[in-house]
Design a protein around this ligand. Structure first.
Ligand code: GLU
Length: 364
């Protein structure tokens, strides 16, 4: 079983696991989770919890109810609820002699390489201190453009940055359902393609902002990062123990990968939807390990700045590569299609000649 072999395990906990339909904290459940984790800690495993519930707990404390609240208001509600959330973990985990630390993450903390490495160090140091990091998105400052919005992808990105071996994604479903036998779940998924995406009905629960779609996107990040991911039902007492006993879940099996940590990080970017379209000649050049030059660029989509992670696609929109751009979208708009020696004249200043250097690029 993948959990037995893992050194580092990330456990994602959905709002519906922590808070019941009436907005009440599920204390008994959290106690049972702490007991499960104690066993894993005894086996010297590093554990990270990514927990939703700040908004749900804030709503129930403020008696706002389950109705949808606007983003600005949800930031304030999360600010109140996050204190309750951390406090609940502290109280229950302390009873079980487990230390915790809190990490609130903003999109830039994982999407800028330097900050991602910094975050990784903090996780590692918390492991040294034998404390479990309790992670959530920093909802209080996140705006809609710079926001994960769901903890599924956040948990996967954290798993990838800290090179976790397993991500257990607990929510209120047993796994990914089989389209033919509706009551059965698929046991293993090796590849996330259009067929798998088409299985999603996109039903959401009362509180969480994710759904099956964001879980599949999370699984894709894991698959590309060498991390196993399980989608399992958390709404049972002792959810991890139960999983270890019955293995009732959908497992996503990672690809064997030769990519280095930085390349894995580049491939799984979720920050920017900037796209660069290239012609057939450039497609061939990239395949041969060359850098991307302005001459091969036919069009761009989206706004991005120097250093952003962008997707490179061919003229039919098929993914070719991902990479860190050395030019902004405004600059590329001016120099696309041009020969390298014309760049300086058009831009009016000296710059690099590659739009994306091959060292900053990963082929897809
Ligand atoms: N960060 C949100 C919260 O703590 C939840 C996001 C999600 O549901 O995935 O309330």
């Amino acid at each position: 079983m993948y959990i037995d072999k893992a050194n580092t395990i990330v456990i994602k906990i959905g709002s519906s696991n922590i808070v019941d339909g009436k907005g009440k904290l599920k204390e008994k459940w959290l106690n049972s989770l702490a007991k499960d984790l104690k066993k894993l800690v005894k086996k010297n495993k590093n554990i990270v919890i990514v927990s939703s519930g700040a908004i749900a707990l804030g709503q129930s404390y403020l008696r706002i109810g389950k109705k949808k609240i606007k983003l600005e208001m949800s930031q304030a509600v999360a600010s109140i609820g996050q204190i309750h959330l951390t406090n609940v973990y502290r109280k229950i985990f302390e009873k079980n002699k487990i230390k915790i630390g809190q990490i609130l993450i903003s999109l830039d903390d994982t999407e800028q390489r330097r900050r991602a490495i910094n975050a990784k160090r903090t996780f590692e140091n918390l492991f040294k201190l034998k404390a479990i990091p309790i992670v959530n998105e920093n909802d209080t400052t996140a705006t809609s453009e710079i926001k994960y919005g769901d903890n599924d992808r956040l948990a996967a990105r954290v798993a990838q940055i800290i090179s976790a071996d397993v991500l257990i994604n607990l929510s209120d479903v047993d796994g990914l359902y089989n389209p033919v036998e509706r009551k059965k779940i698929i046991k293993e998924v090796n590849n996330i393609d259009e067929k798998i995406y088409s299985l999603v009905e996109n039903k959401k629960n009362n509180y969480g902002s994710g759904g099956m779609m964001t879980k599949l996107q999370a699984a894709k990040i894991c698959i590309n990062s060498g991390c196993y991911m399980a989608i399992a039902n958390g709404n049972i007492l002792g959810p991890i123990n139960e999983l270890l006993k019955n293995n009732k879940c959908t497992w996503f099996i990672p690809k064997v990968s030769t990519l280095h940590a930085r390349e894995k990080w580049i491939v799984s970017s979720i920050g920017n939807d900037g796209k660069i379209f290239i012609d057939d000649g450039a497609v061939k050049a990239l395949k041969n390990g060359k850098s991307l030059l302005p001459a091969g660029i036919t069009k761009i989509e989206g706004k991005f700045v120097k250093g952003d992670n962008v997707l490179i696609v061919d003229n039919n929109g098929k993914d070719c590569a991902r990479g860190l751009t050395s030019f902004s979208s405004n600059e590329i708009e001016k120099i696309k299609g041009l020969k390298t020696d014309q760049i300086e004249k058009v831009l009016g200043y000296a710059s690099k000649s590659e739009i994306i250097h091959r060292d900053d690029m990963v082929k897809l």
